[in-house]
Design a protein around this ligand. Sequence first.
Ligand SMILES: [Ca+2]
Ligand SMILES: [Ca+2]
Length: 430
Amino acid sequence: MKHRGFGYLEVPIYEMQFYQVGAPPAPSNQPPTASFTYAPAAPPVGTQILFNGSGSSDPDGQVVSYAWRFGDGSTGSGVTVQHAYAIAGTYTVRLTVTDNDGATGTTTRQVAVGQARPPLSIRLSLPKRSYQVGEPIVIDYNTNREAYVYICDVDASGKVTLLFPNHREPNNRIPAGAHSVPSGGYTLLVSEPTGTETLYAFAATSRLPNFPTSFGGGFTVLSYNPSSFLGSVQQTMQTQFPTGEWAQDSLTLSVVSSAPQSGTLWVTSSPQGATVTIDGTPVGTTPAQVSVAAGMHTVTLSRTGYQEETRQVNILAGQTAYLQVPLTALAQNQPPFAVFNTFPSYPTVGQVVTFDGSSSTDPDGWLISYLWDFGDGTSAAGVQASHSYQVGGTYLVRLTVADNQGATHTTTKMLSCRFRCPPATVGRDR
Ligand SMILES: [Ca+2]
Ligand SMILES: [Ca+2]
């Protein structure tokens, strides 16, 4: 019965022979037991494999040397040793340990060395690039190898938030293939601020120390200084991981308001009763309360007898703006004054009479029309007019003038027309 670490075993004959043929050991010396581990478990070509023989033991002394044969013709020594294989295949690795009395123990393990792996890659994708506040979002990503994956978000204010892993999905060791965040069981909603947001995905073959490993509720805010934070992650990956063992990707999306936001505009005028027009559309009369889309608007107030007023108003979403406009009364229009002369003053039947209204005036504007009524059923327009009467008699001649603001004035004259010319009766109506 020999003590070999775990219970008692019968010692095989060959093992007894093995140490009996070595240098003469103390009869009581027991041989050491060789044992080793290696990592990674499935190394590809070119990967440095760490062999660790520290699990070897000697029941009555200590292991003093470690000799390695890697199965590809190369050897090594030491309790731990690194070795990389140049060709894929299965190798028998042999560790021989020697104890302080010169006895040895040997063990072998088969190490399968795979083809060289492609460099790690990760790709982010979104079904669209613009999201409204409050809208669910599913972030898709794809890794070509198993990796630790981290997805974080830099919002328009510069806040860096870890979206994955999170308290709902704390395990971020992800097999190769297509994946989504969230993967189910909860919903990720786009939140304010609006603006451009950038998603970053980092993948590495072991954990990145820049990220937490335990999570409270909600999503972990990592930093308010995106360039500093992203720079530190970059530096970690570049200095702690070989090329091909880390990867990153990013993409931007825009976050927009959930709805066209509006505010309220109160418009008053003195006096009230003015028509309110916003951006060319009449919306009511003062006092008026109007719901208006956020942004700059042109507001016009108009009321008969007053100057039109125009203002620019900035409407803020969810807020009430007040616009109070004093109206300026237009100056009262002065009416025109019609005056005319006839030539000759005492016409005879058949004679052409010239009517001249050019002495008519307007005190604050100008005249735009002259209308003549010759009193015998005929009429004419113009500052001057000509007419001849066919029948003798007394005619009431009327001139109406209009000014540029639509006010009118009419004057009349009695005109007598005889075969022989008697004096005309001259008068003026208002
Ligand atoms: Ca021993
Ligand atoms: Ca006038």
